[in-house]
Ligand binder design. Structure first.
Ligand code: EPS
Length: 389
């Protein structure tokens, strides 16, 4: 069982989103501001739609935090959906005054049809409300708590967008992590290459004019991760597998790579594996390259953990694709209310959250602490042991 247990609840236009995370040690300083910063980052990005103008996501702690510190009890968080006020006649949990008009034309690429078949619902709103990427606000909140925990032991996680549709970043291999992080934070597409960013914006504008959407690729990097998180001994303990699952289950993700990823399949072993050296001053093993993405055999090796994630274009299209009314079986265009043209920058914040959660879980698994003091002692002791190796 994972050490960090968490779950989210709530519909996109329901009253609020909820997340509970259990397993965080006591004594971690935690303020609403820590979460709100990430929630705001998740809302931004060139190409977002009308909903983001309605919402200003803010967290409310309703359990597990007292006086700005965690208690070791489950942390419960709530984020109000401002838009719910516009949906009371259709989304109120109490019996509705009249049956709302059913949404019966599934969007190709969304969960609408598969979910409707599975749950025997003919109003596909019953599916899309939960399938919506609005849920990622709750995950982001859980990620912020995990990020605080990781920061307490010196681990930092950031993401940057490397492609939007056909517009790709140039080679960023020589750019130091701190610089990548700063550039990404300063860009409204979370992109560390300003000339690529301009091309990405053009691509988004063109897609918007065509009533279409665009996906892309983002990279999540975790720096200062100690070697030894995860395990080689069993399939479900391998950290690369856990990261892949955590990233792939974000709405609209279709591919995950670690390190060189698919590229490693096209070249010889000598061009893939990272030679090992030893830095006697820093008393640590080093690698001139990091094509393994910081993971060997399912265990962190002390190099930055690097994951790349491919997001498909959002399925809600203004210029809708062909669909079929689930009641009449007549051909129609799929339903459209509003949507983002491109949400890759926002997804990169969610990717950070999922990596934070997965690494925090692996950290607690290895160092199993009930309080932050105990965690710091265990991590320091281990780091000293590794330096003596
Ligand atoms: C989102 C909220 C949603 C969408 C988007 C992400 O709000 P609404 O449906 O009211 O416009 O803007 O989700 C999708 C495009 C999708 O297909 O799920 C959010 O909070 O990020």
């Amino acid at each position: 069982m994972s050490r960090l247990r968490w779950m989210t609840a709530g519909e996109s236009h329901g009253p609020r989103l909820t997340a509970i995370v259990e397993g965080v040690p006591s004594g971690l300083p935690l303020l609403a501001q820590d979460v709100d910063t990430d929630l705001a980052r998740r809302q931004r990005g060139y190409g977002r739609g009308g909903r983001m103008k309605i919402e200003t996501d803010r967290v409310e702690f309703v359990g597990g935090v007292r006086g700005g510190e965690t208690l070791g009890s489950p942390i419960a968080m709530s984020i109000t959906n401002r838009d719910h006020g516009n949906w009371l006649d259709r989304m109120s949990p109490a019996p509705l005054p009249s049956t709302p008009e059913a949404l019966t034309r599934p969007r190709p690429g969304h969960a609408d049809l598969a979910g409707g078949l599975k749950h025997d619902r003919y109003d596909l709103r019953d599916i899309l409300e939960r399938a919506s990427a609005r849920e990622t606000a709750s995950r982001t909140a859980v990620g912020s708590v995990s990020r605080k925990l990781l920061a307490a032991v010196g681990v930092d996680v950031f993401a940057h967008v490397v492609a939007i549709g056909p517009a790709e970043c140039g080679d960023l291999a020589g750019v130091p992590a701190g610089e990548l992080r700063a550039r990404s934070r300063a860009s409204d597409l979370a992109c560390a290459d300003s000339s690529a960013e301009a091309r990405m914006k053009d691509a988004i504008r063109e897609a918007a004019h065509a009533g279409d959407t665009l996906g892309g690729v983002f990279e999540v990097v975790a720096v200062n991760v100690m070697p030894g998180l995860g395990s080689h001994v069993q399939w479900d303990r391998k950290l690369d597998g856990r990261l892949a699952q955590a990233l792939m289950c974000i709405q609209a993700m279709k591919g995950v790579e670690i390190g060189a990823g698919f590229g490693a399949a096209r070249v010889r072993g000598s061009e893939v594996h990272d030679a090992i050296a030893y830095d006697a001053v820093a008393r640590r093993f080093t690698r001139p390259t990091n094509r393994a993405g910081g993971l060997e055999g399912g265990i962190t090796n002390g190099e930055p953990v690097v994951c790349r994630v491919a997001m498909k274009p959002i399925a809600t299209l203004k210029k809708a694709l062909g669909s079929v009314d689930v009641r009449t079986k007549q051909a129609f265009e799929a339903a459209f209310e509003r949507s983002d043209v491109c949400a890759v920058a926002a997804a990169s914040v969610v990717g950070e959250a999922m990596v934070c959660i997965t690494l925090a879980d692996a950290l607690l698994e290895k160092f199993g602490a009930d309080s932050m003091r105990e965690l710091a002692r265990n991590v320091d002791g281990y780091r000293a042991q590794v330096a003596e190796y």
